[in-house]
Design a binder for this molecule. Sequence first.
Ligand code: AMP
Ligand code: MG
Length: 267
Amino acid sequence: MERYRIAPGTDVDLAAHDPSERLTFDGPKKLGKEELGALTLRLRELQELLYAEGRNRLLVVLQAMDTGGKDGVIRHVFRSVNPQGVKVSSFKAPSDRELARDYLWRIHKEVPARGEIRIFNRSHYEDILVVRVRDLAPPEVWERRYGHINDFERMLADEGVTIVKFFLHISKEEQAARLQSRLDDPHKHWKFSTADLRERKRWDAYEQAFEAMLSRTSHPHAPWYVIPANSKWYRNLVIASILVDTMEGLEMRYPEPEMDLSDIRIE
Ligand code: AMP
Ligand code: MG
């Protein structure tokens, strides 16, 4: 899974990352889905251990173009995990209350507590993505945010947060197909938004903003992974594998009982 991790200092060119490749799994979709099933069960065990041990905090950041599959990842990769063990924070356009503060205020309140997995569906990265692309703040304002964000994540990592960041990489053609299916399927009409068509017109500017994000904010303590996401099952499989590897790397253990339990008899 290392192949998808962005090494610090890399000048990322998304054109060099094929959103359709499936190089780490040599098998058909059916087998890939079975493998995903096994990984989701392993994630359930690891989440229980994370909670029981109460030491680590895991933050999973999801960013993508519209229709990139953030919701699908949350639904499929975490489907077996105890619902009490995972929380999702979704960041929409900021409210007046949020705009009245600094842009990290609403983010910091949502970071995981000990023993918790927290998924960010969008994140502080919107403040150097949509804000940059749509000129919601002048360049000198968003330009300095790369540094703020690096410092913020460094601080979280120093304080014990394990951070993993996924960019779900789809092609412009795949986005067209997904938007079309939202028009064709009455059960998906609710997901269709003309705002997505407006953002699609800025595809190239978004790609540039994503490239800058990936080039400037990937670190060993908070790595970005560029996930080939045209195939949904492959995307889920890769993300589940990376999460299992990351959590296994934490070397967690069930806590020792506070007293000798061997003499206790339940009457
Ligand atoms: P959705 O995830 O489809 O419900 O859309 C949420 C919308 O909120 C997207 O268009 C984001 O670009 C937008 N959004 C999220 N964070 C920010 C932000 N910090 N500033 C401006 N727009 C944002
Ligand atoms: Mg949307």
